[in-house]
Design a binder for this molecule. Structure first.
Ligand SMILES: Nc1ncnc2c1ncn2[C@@H]1O[C@H](COP(=O)(O)OP(=O)(O)OP(=O)(O)O)[C@@H](O)[C@H]1O
Ligand SMILES: [Mg+2]
Length: 336
């Protein structure tokens, strides 16, 4: 077991994602899975609810209550909010008499030094005794039982909410990676924009996400429709609107094509020594947005390579980060 866990302070792994936060406690498993969101009361000048309970307030909050997202596109966008959020998370997972916990936080591979330091500062000031970081693709590969420590290439494509990242792993490290600050939230935004421009109706972000889950498909199938409450931008009045899967297909294609281009640019720059490994084994596809219908087959058909979705795309990063604190041999994967 990794050395710091032998101390009396508890240890936790945290996947701090743009939309979702997960926490793993060694030998217990996932103990928290909540939206990365916190509510701020400007009258009392204090943060109060975080996670699901604050997300449920969206759209129903009075003026003095603001629902805030500490992360934007994978990075901390507001340090004060992030510290308050991590403090809430730590308070929830630590029993009152616990000493300050050690935490391992999983972060995107492309964060710059300032962004990485912001996570460490937020963790320390949020109440952690120590903060170590692990890069998302390494955690994702470990969480889906790929042998990252071997001298062979593993190519991981993580399409989350704010970031799409493709990384080549070998010998416990990242050989190269490319990322795009565009993922599931941008697909929701593309759906909103498409219906605004072509149908003159405004769809709420929550409905856009529901439409994506229920009708989103990168291949044209038989038409399906979904009944959604919208605002008519011509009459300015609310109305019920039938959203067609054929329109949703058109709306989401441009984002999928950007993910194809990101992946293509990685494949075209693969060091020759890894090319055989990668083309033999294919790409490991993870992240919540990997569940977008047809994404694996779309990538595979455009790039002529096998694309293998992981079994548990919302959990494999946290399970991998959990393995790092449970199994001493993976301690070397941690960075500052
Ligand atoms: N069935 C589904 N179809 C399409 N998208 C889905 C589905 N289920 C979840 N998603 C999307 O997955 C995204 C959340 O994924 P994930 O939890 O991996 O992101 P995150 O870790 O919070 O963000 P990031 O890694 O980019 O910082 C959301 O955009 C959500 O809409
Ligand atoms: Mg993520």
């Amino acid at each position: 077991m990794f050395s710091f866990i032998r101390s009396s302070n508890a240890s936790f792994a945290i996947d701090l994602g743009t939309n979702n936060t997960l926490v793993y406690q060694p030998h217990k498993g996932i103990i928290l899975e909540e939206p990365t969101s916190i509510a701020f009361d400007s009258k009392r000048r204090s943060f109060f609810e975080c996670g699901e309970s604050s997300k449920r307030m969206v759209g129903k909050n009075p003026k003095n209550i603001e629902i805030m997202q500490p992360l934007s596109k994978g990075a901390i966008s507001n340090l004060t909010v992030a510290k308050a959020y991590i403090k809430e998370v730590i308070a929830r997972i630590s029993r009152k008499n616990f000493l300050k916990p050690h935490i391992v936080v999983s972060v995107p591979s492309d964060l710059n030094v300032m962004e990485r330091n912001a996570v460490i500062e937020a963790g320390r000031e949020g109440g952690a005794k120590s903060v170590q970081l692990i890069k998302d693709p390494l955690a994702a590969a470990l969480g889906s039982h790929h042998a990252v420590e071997k001298p062979q290439g593993v190519l991981v494509l993580d399409v989350g909410a704010g970031v799409s990242d493709i990384s080549l792993l070998s010998l416990g490290g990242i050989v190269m990676s490319k990322s795009l600050r565009m993922a599931g939230n941008d697909i929701d935004e593309a759906i909103i924009e498409y219906f605004k421009a072509s149908k003159r109706v405004l769809i709420s972000p929550l409905d856009a996400e529901r439409i994506k889950h229920e009708l989103g498909n990168l291949f044209k199938e038989e038409e399906k429709v979904l009944n959604v409450s919208v605002k008519n931008l011509i009459t300015r009045l609310p109305e019920t609107f039938y959203v067609s899967s054929l329109d949703v297909h058109q709306a989401i294609l441009p984002i999928a094509d950007k993910i194809v281009r990101l992946t293509h640019s990685m494949l075209s720059e693969l060091p020759p020594v890894f090319a055989q490994d990668i083309y033999d084994r294919g790409i490991v596809l993870t992240g919540g947005s990997s569940m977008l219908k047809g994404l694996d087959a779309y990538l595979s058909s455009k790039l002529e390579i096998a694309v293998n979705p992981v079994e548990n795309p919302l959990h494999n990063i946290i399970l991998g980060a959990g393995r790092v604190i449970e199994e001493e041999r993976y301690g070397s994967l941690l960075g500052a």
